[in-house]
Structure formats: C-alpha cells, structure tokens
Design a protein around this ligand. Structure first.
Ligand code: ADE
Length: 231
C-alpha cells in the first residue's frame, strides 16, 4: 500500500513511522509512506493555505486550492488514490473501517488544521471523511498516524503472526481477554491457574468467558451490537 500525507506540519510524522512494526513494514516494501508539505501546492509569493471564514467567526479555515492541487498532483504522479479527510465530522474509525481500507492500493490522507477545512474538500474531493473519536484535536496529523497504524496491521505480512489481527479486541466484536506472562506469582498476585494447565480447550473457553465478562462490564454497547447482529 502507498500512503501519501498532505499536511502543513510534515515534521510531526518523523518518529512514529520510524520504529518497530511500521518501520519494518516500510523496509519490507509492504507500506510506502510519503509526507508532503501542503505549502508546496499553494500559489503566490506567500503560499497562503488558510484564511478567515466567510461570514465571520473566529479562527482560520484551510483554503481549498492547495488541497485540491495536492491531491490531483499525487493522483497524477502515483495513480488513482482514495482521498481521506481527517476531521471530527467524519465516520468514526473502527476495526472494520481499518480492515475495509487495507485492500486499497493508494491512500491520500488530508490533515486539517485550525478551525477546519473549506467544506468543498469534503464535498467534492475527499472520498471519505474519518474521525478517530468524539474529541477535537489540534489537527488531523495524529489521526492520520492512528489511521495508518490501524490499517497497516491488516496488510498481509505486516504482523509476524498472520492470525494476530483477527484475535485482537473488537475483531469478534469483543474486548480481548487478559494476558499474563511469567512469573506465576508476582507480589502476591497469582496468574489464573487454567493458563498453567496445558489444557488448550479449557484455556480457550476461559478466554472467551473473560472476553465476554470484560466486554459486558466495560463496553455493554458492544455486547448489544453483537446480539443484534445475529438476529
Ligand atoms: N481533527 C481534529 N480532531 C480530529 C478527530 N477527532 N478525528 C480526526 N481528525 C481530527
């Protein structure tokens, strides 16, 4: 998968993409990420990318021209790409949305800043608008990183264990069961006996029950969603 990012702050992306699994995925050629400064696509001596909103009101709004020019240039250079605008108004990022995006060959992520982005970007350029949750961040850069990470886990070959992404929380609509490692007894706290039993069926059964118990306790909304799915 190729991911192009359009941002006013390319520096934010150095670091998170340069470690661990995302670095390995990039080195293995499974994921190519290029970060572009939106200002490069802005015209005029001052390369202005934002202006006060029409109709008044505070703050600044990102102008449409550099964003359209950036997406169009990237599509010309690297082929058709699905343009995703990160914004609090978008569809909420879930495991199933990340899985849906994983087969795409080319994503173009547009990071908003300031008070927002001219609506014509969402209406006439972006294929999809994505939010990472019901809170407002200072910009779309961290959401873009979250989206890249969540999608990368579903790219074939990125996780060492091909089944890992299907065992995680949310994949079956449930949170994950608790995990333990050695020592068996730590500061007086023992690990559940069943995990030491060597009885794989009993371990599986225990994990399923724990996952259900945890989900009921912490995310009853997910349990409701599963029971409605089956009916
Ligand atoms: N930009 C600001 N807040 C955001 C959010 N929650 N999700 C996506 N983009 C954003």
């Amino acid at each position: 998968m190729r991911v192009d990012v359009l941002t006013l702050f390319p520096g934010i992306f150095s670091g998170p993409l340069d470690h661990s699994i995302l670095l390995k995925a990039r080195e293995a050629g499974l994921l190519t990420i290029a970060v572009h400064d939106l200002r490069e696509f802005a015209e005029g001596k001052h390369r202005v990318t934002d202006e006060p909103p029409l109709g008044g009101g505070g703050g600044m709004v990102m102008k449409p021209e550099p964003i359209f020019a950036g997406v169009e240039a990237l599509r010309e250079r690297f082929g058709p790409g699905k343009a995703v605008l990160l914004s609090p108004q978008g569809e909420t990022l879930t495991s199933s949305l990340a899985r849906r995006l994983a087969p795409e060959e080319h994503l173009i992520l547009i990071c908003g800043r300031y008070e927002g982005v001219d609506q014509r970007v969402a209406d006439h350029l972006a294929d999809l608008e994505v939010s990472i949750g019901d809170y407002v961040l200072t910009g779309g850069e961290l959401p873009a990183l979250v989206l890249i990470d969540a999608v990368a886990r579903f790219l074939p070959g990125v996780l060492g264990d091909p089944m890992a992404s299907t065992r995680d929380s949310f994949e079956e609509g449930l949170l994950e069961a608790p995990q333990y490692t050695r020592p068996r007894l730590f500061r007086g706290h023992a690990v559940p006996e069943v995990l030491l039993s060597g009885d794989h069926a009993a371990v599986e059964e225990w994990r399923r029950e724990e996952a259900l118990r945890r989900t009921r306790e912490r995310r009853p909304d997910l349990v409701t969603r599963i029971s409605h799915k089956g009916s």
